[in-house]
Design a protein around this ligand. Structure first.
Ligand code: ATP
Ligand code: MG
Length: 571
């Protein structure tokens, strides 16, 4: 491709909302254009990279027996009623009506459609295992679309779904996809970690995320410095031993006046008590039912753990009306003592490490002091519902210490079990002629996010540093003295020779200053840049620059194709 014919434009300016390197650089390199919040066009440079990512994905999945399909983006509400997600998916689901007033949504994921597709064809165990995938545009009405393609509303996803005869086979399918994902991100030359993950709205009980390590990542990961334990903070466990409460410290439960003192910080300052000695009482709506959650005041509630513990579809803080009806007081005074026994109360296990706490009294402007968790209330359940922290002991080897990393989730694999197949009657006859329910898994890769994540991980002040495998072009030929016939002719020759040898090459034939072309070449991030200039005239050599290391070599034009091929293999 020649620059003079190529649809692209580079920019110096940075849009106000662009805060992360991939957003800034993809804009500046003219790869993407914003159409609306979280909705972008992919220009040819971006699409070339996306297609390479897609090709790697297709090759690794096809090789493992997955079959490509293409499902509709628009999905009827009835299917989502069957899985009960029409009710629980929440405002991220873009819903609309057609002219007949029938309800539809734009697919954020395709468990319902693929289960429907499979149940229409599956009859026998002989048709399993089955793994169907597609690469398609998804829409999620994200509350805060940001960072360009990293968190868009419209984005490209590869989603795959496996169907098996039983749990064991389904776990094999899961493992196969886990291996495929490792192969895919390794081929893209990204630094990544597979991590234990929470399952959220998709459901199921086993899951791993593939996290590209980058400082700008939105996810926090805890990883053992001695063993292979690695988990998203939403799921990570702490190996620290629980302390035992000191019975000698026990006090009487008594009321204390706390006029208008509502938050943990206010209470801590007012009573001069460390937040760890306060009990935080939070009321959630979990699948539309109120659930009271208790934690020590220095801990945060881990909503993903609460959701997973209760096997729930949705979780959100309850509104003031519900809080008031449960506590019979103003918001800010909720506590564990004297609650209606029919309300589910989940206490974090750390609450039982001590006694003589301060907690809300379920009475406006009052708290209790001397609260003893063993004596003064009965939780419905005790669970681990807080966050593990860096520096905690590893829960797996009990020897190492957890270290913290930031990551970008580029893919996730889920073992679903029969969550969707049983609700949607996706059944088959086993070898004894008995009806069984298919056991499923689902597997996503954010294709557009992966492109952005690769830039987050690989860039410098001058621009993008592409891994060769997913670079829009592998090589740029940059003639810098267009008034010299020999430069023009030789660069044309090199360009054609590289093209003929199957290299993905770009030629900057624009009539621009050398510095301008060099800046664009670094910004767009061509991994290998061949500069044809004065040395060509002097000694028949071109300068070859490696974008990643900034290393420059002089290479004789006679050897150029072989030399470039060799370099590309190394990068
Ligand atoms: P996140 O936690 O980042 O919101 P998710 O866990 O909801 O993502 P999945 O349902 O696991 O996402 O979707 C599969 C993949 O699709 C993710 O691993 C991610 O790479 C990609 N993805 C999800 N949401 C977005 C988005 N808003 N923009 C771009 N890619 C996305
Ligand atoms: Mg995910």
């Amino acid at each position: 491709m020649k620059a003079t014919k190529f649809f692209f434009k580079t920019y110096k300016e940075i849009p106000k909302e662009a805060q992360t390197p991939s957003h800034i650089l993809m804009h500046r390199a003219g790869m993407i254009q914003k159409l609306a919040s979280g909705i972008y066009s992919y220009l040819p440079l971006a699409l070339r990279s996306l297609k390479k990512i897609e090709k790697i994905i297709r090759e690794e999945l096809d090789k493992r027996g997955c079959q490509e399909v293409l499902m509709p983006a628009v999905q009827p509400a009835e299917l989502w009623e069957e899985s009960k997600r029409w009710k629980y998916y929440g405002p991220e689901l873009l819903r609309f009506k057609d002219r007949k007033e029938s309800d539809y949504c734009f697919g954020p994921t395709h468990e319902e459609v693929v289960t429907d597709m499979a149940r229409k064809i599956l009859t026998s165990y002989k048709q399993l295992p089955l793994n169907l995938y597609q690469i398609q545009t998804k829409f999620r009405d994200e509350i805060r679309p940001r960072f360009g393609l990293m968190r868009g509303r419209e984005f490209i996803m590869k989603d795959a779904y496996s169907f098996d005869i039983n749990e064991e086979e389904a776990k094999n399918s899961y493992k196969l996809m886990y291996d495929a994902y490792n192969a895919i991100f390794t081929r893209m030359n990204l630094k990544f970690k597979p991590v234990d993950a929470a399952t959220g709205a998709i459901g199921g009980d086993m899951s791993h995320e593939f996290q590209v390590l980058a400082e700008t990542g939105e996810d926090e990961i805890l990883s053992c410095n001695k063993c292979s334990y690695c988990a998203n903070i939403e799921k990570a466990l702490s190996g620290n031993e629980l302390k035992k409460a000191d019975a000698a410290k026990k006090k009487e439960l008594s009321e204390v006046s706390t006029p208008n003192i509502k938050t943990i910080d206010e209470l801590s300052a007012f009573l001069k008590i460390d937040p760890s000695m306060l009990i935080k009482t939070i009321i959630y709506l979990v699948d539309d039912k109120p659930v009271v959650v208790l934690l020590r005041g220095n801990e945060e509630a881990n909503e993903a753990k609460i959701q997973a513990f209760l096997g729930a579809n949705s979780i959100a803080p309850a509104n003031d009306t519900i809080v008031k009806s449960i506590t019979k007081s103003e918001v800010g005074f909720a506590g564990p003592v004297g609650l209606d026994p029919n309300v589910l109360v989940i206490a974090d296990k750390h609450v039982f490490e001590d006694t003589d706490y301060v907690c809300g009294a379920n009475k406006t402007d009052y708290h209790f002091k001397g609260f003893d968790p063993e004596r003064d209330f009965k939780p419905s359940q005790i669970a681990d519902i807080t966050f593990a922290k860096k520096g905690d002991k590893c829960p797996k080897c009990n020897d190492g210490i957890l270290e913290e990393y930031r990551g970008i989730e580029v893919g996730q694999v889920f073992y679903l079990g029969t969550k969707y197949s049983s609700l949607m009657n996706c059944n088959f006859l086993d070898s004894d002629g008995k009806e069984q329910t298919a056991v499923m898994g689902c597997y996503g890769i954010g294709v557009s996010r992966t492109m952005a994540a690769s830039i987050e991980q690989n860039h410098d002040d001058n621009g993008i540093i592409w891994p060769v495998a997913i670079a829009p072009f592998e090589v740029a030929v940059i003639p810098v003295q267009l008034n010299s016939e020999i430069v023009v002719e030789t660069s044309e020759k090199i360009y054609n020779e590289l093209l003929a040898s199957g290299i993905d090459v770009f030629m900057d034939d624009r009539n621009e200053r050398a510095g301008f072309k060099f800046n664009d070449a670094d910004l767009i991030g061509f991994p290998v840049q061949i500069i044809c200039g004065s040395r060509l005239i002097e000694n028949g050599k071109v300068e070859v620059k490696i974008r990643k290391t900034n290393e420059k070599k002089e290479i004789d034009i006679i050897n150029i194709t072989a030399a470039v091929k060799e370099l590309l293999l190394l990068l």
